[in-house]
Design a protein around this ligand. Structure first.
Ligand code: DLL
Length: 438
């Protein structure tokens, strides 16, 4: 296991005095706004519509005067409407992982790619990566930003990068062992699938050289982190990002695993009340909103992520001076309203994984029974319970049912499944199936 002190990839940026960073942010914001006001039809119109000119933004506190950008606004600009440089200057296109409708296409100039690479290198070094590591990237390479994003950053750190991409767990595990992989990069749910595959093949932690895991792209609870760490024998850090803002590299944990350091010199982060849009103070939980400060091809102004988190301001002993964001607790898009009660999959995960007999594979199925919405929690449990420990299973079901009902404030239907019953996906896990017909 690595020690809790790590190198800093870009000390000038990551250890900058907070006051100087704020000055830099304001300068960059003003430059960006001046460029967009005159040069971008899309953002220029948006600013004119609310009567704000670039010169009206005199301090960071004036940010709240700028209009929000919503996912739907960007979707309507498909494919190139929100890009703010000529296509001749765009050297890469990526897209957001929308499940429905048109994707949001995002472009990168050469400078954008360079900044993206650096911000990912920062989080990798923060999580302990060095040039001595052998990194297996099991994120998909394609329009999704995970594969290429982490790849570029890991190469910049000087690590030996294996671009396996996602899927084919059997092969992933063989490569992991044969090539002496020391760092794994993928979604947390896929890390658990790989742990399962290792167990299936009878490969133990001591047959491997894994020491670090960089996981992101989806919600995962602290309990899931503990399970991943103990089953794979590595130290797991969380990292966050979204393609509309850049991709991975927006923020990432250092070895202290206590909040994700935000690359604040490139991404200005606010937290707002999801209902009213009002700015919230640090430490209050709300919706994350990002403004890009340096992005050339696909900048965003006050982009509403729909992700819930909060800003942590307590200085981090690692020496980085950036503000951190707490683990994301859920996405507004994933919130279910069942018989008037709001339910986040993250709440369900936290309840389930506190039971040692439960496996970290679950889904929430919503259906309509007459006029009543029903929530079914389907989760895998230890195999032994299904054969010779039926009495234990009944007791477990009872305890789990009571705990779910009381935490969610709702009667749910609970189904315990044999191990391996639920589909394994190599990327972001699908936790919710909504069978209601609207
Ligand atoms: O998922 C970028 C990424 C790739 C980040 C790999 C980290 C690692 P999108 O496909 O645009 O981009 O999806 C962005 O994923 O709004 C969150 O809802 C969710 N998400 C990303 N990272 C985390 C995380 C990439 N660490 C959406 N915790 C975001 C919770 C996350 N949710």
């Amino acid at each position: 296991m690595p020690s809790s002190a790590s190198r800093i990839f870009d000390p000038a940026a990551e250890r900058l005095e907070p006051e100087k960073r704020r000055t830099l942010q304001l300068e960059r914001l003003q430059t960006q706004l001046r460029r967009l006001y005159d040069g971008s039809h899309y953002y220029g119109e948006k600013m004119r519509a609310v009567g704000v000119r670039p010169q009206d933004i005199r301090g960071l506190e004036d940010l709240a005067r700028l209009p929000f950008t919503e996912k739907e606004d960007l979707r309507r600009q498909y494919p190139y409407g929100a890009m703010t440089v000529p296509l001749a200057d765009v050297v890469r296109l990526q897209a957001s992982t929308g499940t429905t409708g048109r994707p949001i296409m995002v472009g990168y100039t050469r400078t954008d790619l360079e900044i993206w690479t650096q911000t990912v290198a920062r989080i990798l070094v923060a999580g302990g990566l060095s040039c001595d590591d052998i990194v297996q990237i099991a994120f998909g390479y394609g329009l999704f930003t995970g594969g290429f994003g982490l790849h570029q950053g890991a190469e910049r750190v000087g690590a030996t990068v294996i671009p396996v991409s996602s899927g084919n767990s059997e092969r992933q595990v063989a490569l992991m062992r044969d090539l002496g992989v020391t760092a794994l990069v993928c979604t947390p749910s896929y890390a658990l699938c790989l742990a399962e595959e290792l167990e299936r093949q009878g490969i133990t932690k001591s047959d491997l050289r894994l020491r670090l895991g960089f996981f992101g792209g989806e919600f995962w609870s602290e309990i899931m982190r503990k399970q991943i760490q103990s089953r794979l024998g590595l130290l797991a850090t969380d990292n966050y990002g979204l393609s509309e803002v850049m991709g991975p590299g927006v923020s990432g944990e250092c070895l202290r695993q206590d909040g994700m350091h935000i690359a604040e010199d490139h991404f200005l982060c606010e937290v707002v009340d999801p209902e009213t849009g009002d700015s919230l103070p640090d430490e209050a939980e709300g919706e994350l909103v990002f403004t890009t400060l340096t992005r050339q091809a696909s900048p965003v102004i006050r982009y509403r992520t729909r992700d819930r988190s909060r800003i942590l301001t307590e200085p981090c002993p690692c020496g980085r001076t950036t503000r951190r964001m707490a683990k994301v607790t859920g996405r507004a898009d994933d919130m279910l309203i069942i018989r008037g009660v709001n339910v986040f999959p993250s709440q369900v995960e936290t309840v389930l994984l506190a039971f040692s007999e439960i496996r970290p594979h679950y889904e929430l199925v919503v259906s309509r029974d007459g006029a009543m919405d029903q929530l079914e929690v389907r989760v895998e449990a230890d195999g032994g319970l299904f054969s010779d420990r039926m009495g234990e299973m009944a007791a477990l079901r009872d305890r789990l049912q009571r705990r779910l009902d009381s935490v969610l404030g709702l009667r749910v239907r609970l189904t315990l499944l044999e191990p391996g019953s639920l589909e394994r996906v190599p990327g972001k896990a699908r936790r919710v199936r909504d069978l209601r017909v609207w």
